[in-house]
Structures are given as C-alpha cells and as structure tokens.
Design a protein around this ligand. Structure first.
Ligand code: AMP
Length: 282
C-alpha cells in the first residue's frame, strides 16, 4: 500500500493537519525521528496505526541533542528516501522543519527533566537529554496528536519522555515499541551506517553480552559477577570503550543488585568511532 503523503515544514501546518483529522473523529499517532529511516522507525509507524487512524512522522536532526565533537555534521540525511519509506508504511504526513523554524532567533526555553538524565548515557553525554526533552516537548505541543510512539531501543529516552509528559500534563499518550533487530541480533540504528564490515561483525558483541548476562543472572549467578563477565565479553569483541553494562529498574533506571520484576539490562559502548546502545528485558 503506498499512501499519499504530504510534507509540511511549520508547526502551524502540522497542527492544522492534525486538528483537521481529529475534527473528523480520527485519532492521530505521531512518530518523531531524526531520519535515515530503517525498519525500526517503520515499526513505530505500524504500531501507531494500531493505536490511531492516521500516522504522522517527523524528521528533524536536532542540534540541541548533539554534544561538541559528536556526529551532528555527519549524521546521515536522506529526506527523499525517508519519504518513500514512510509513505510505504502508511504514513499520511511528514513534518520536516528546518533548524531556523524549530529554533528561531531569540529562542530561549528548554525543558530539563531532573534525575533520570544524569544516569547511564547521561553520564557520558551531558546535556543530551535536555536537548531531547526540549525538542520532543515542542513536537508534542505542536502536533497535539492522540498518541506518540517511541522505540524501546532508546529506553532511557523513553523513560525521560514518559516522565516529562506526565509532569507537564501533556495530553498525548506516550507509547513504546519493541526493538527491531537485524537477523543476527544487532539492534537497527541509523548509526550502524557508520560501521565498517569488520566493526559491524564485532558490534554483535553488544547484544550477545546482554543475552549472556541475562542467562547468567537467570541461572542464579550473582548480578555483579554476571555483569563483570558481560563487560569482559564486550571488551573481547573489540569495543574500544564500554560506557556501561548495568541492571536497572526499567522505570527509575536505578541500578539493581538483584533481579526483580521490571528489571532491564542496559549497555552502551564505542566500536571504532561509533557509539552503540542496546537493552533487553531481564
Ligand atoms: P532516531 O531517529 O534515532 O532519533 O529514532 C527515532 C525513534 O525510533 C526513537 O523513538 C527510537 O527509539 C526509535 N528507534 C530507533 N531504532 C529503533 C529500533 N531498532 N527498534 C525500535 N525503535 C527504534
């Protein structure tokens, strides 16, 4: 099914389109992305269409969530290819604002969730989640969709967005979507495009370590020993840096010393020059 899909570039046009559908009694799902779309992003559209009548995607490479020395300039961009994929997935509207529309001269506000952004990825990417919360708040306010869908791939981001939406009385429901993986188990990511063939093979060390650590914990190994073994596995796979391998409470993201309901294994590391993240339920 290939859909007719319009592209709009201002928040007013986005809101007008969503409102028009809502006035026809249709529910609208919003899927925020940074583009360079893959099957993981399209799964969010599909999930949105199970919860709403119309899917709207946004593409915006948000400068505020990139730190100095990160990959803002080289981040992959392919709006035309992305538009074809979105239309094929049944998306009805693409919101693709430019930076000057999102952050016009004089822009001076930001949204900061406290607590959650200091943990895990926040320890090595200071300010990253403030940039995420700010842009997602703007997208949610502009669209006023019925539901917005985010991937569990970015588990910490999802937890922060849920917190923000609850705290700010944002009426849009926040939905999570399960991680989409390549056949061999590597989580799909726009940043996988940076990996050489050799790095792509070694990147598998991340999901493999997560699975091995889960098996070890479920088999009764103490959490600290299982995490230490998992860390050795990630280093042995050839990761240049391991930012963390942690067992956390899925909601508070606090470290857990023993397995419990809602626990999540979280990992992040750098292979070559590419930073990858992944997580699994215990
Ligand atoms: P990004 O374009 O990387 O900012 O991601 C946009 C949205 O897609 C976020 O909600 C991500 O969590 C989600 N996403 C990215 N990769 C995957 C994946 N492999 N599986 C599920 N969701 C994903």
């Amino acid at each position: 099914m290939t859909h007719r899909m319009h592209i709009v570039r201002t928040p007013a046009e986005l809101r007008a389109a969503v409102l028009a559908w809502q006035q026809q009694g249709k529910r609208v799902a919003l899927v925020p992305t940074m583009g360079a779309l893959h099957a993981g992003h399209l799964a969010l559209v599909t999930k949105g269409l199970t919860m709403a009548d119309v899917a709207v995607a946004s593409i915006f490479v948000n400068p505020k969530q990139f730190g100095p020395g990160e990959d803002l300039e080289r981040y992959p961009r392919d709006e035309r290819g992305d538009a074809v994929k979105l239309a094929g997935a049944g998306c009805s509207l693409l919101y693709a604002p430019d930076v000057a529309t999102m952050y016009p001269p004089g822009f001076a506000s930001f949204v900061r969730v406290s607590g959650l952004p200091d943990l895990l990825c926040g320890r090595v990417r200071p300010g990253h989640f403030d940039g995420v919360a700010t842009v997602v708040a703007k997208l949610l306010c502009a669209a006023q969709a019925d539901v917005a869908v985010f991937g569990e791939k970015d588990w910490q981001q999802l937890a922060i967005i849920r917190r923000m939406a609850a705290d700010l009385d944002i009426a849009t429901a926040i939905a999570g979507c399960a991680i989409v993986r390549d056949a061999d188990g590597l989580a799909l990511s726009s940043r996988n495009a940076y990996l050489s063939a050799d790095e792509r093979a070694r990147a598998l060390g991340l999901p493999r370590a997560l699975m091995a650590t889960r098996e070890a914990i479920l088999a009764g190994m103490p959490v600290a020993a299982a995490l230490a073994a998992g860390e050795r596995g990630i280093k042995a796979a050839g990761f240049a840096r391991l930012d963390y391998l942690e067992l956390v409470d899925g909601e508070t993201l606090h470290s857990m010393g023993a397995p419990a309901q809602g626990a999540r294994l979280m990992a992040a590391g750098v292979i070559g020059t590419t930073r990858l993240i992944d997580n699994i339920a215990l």
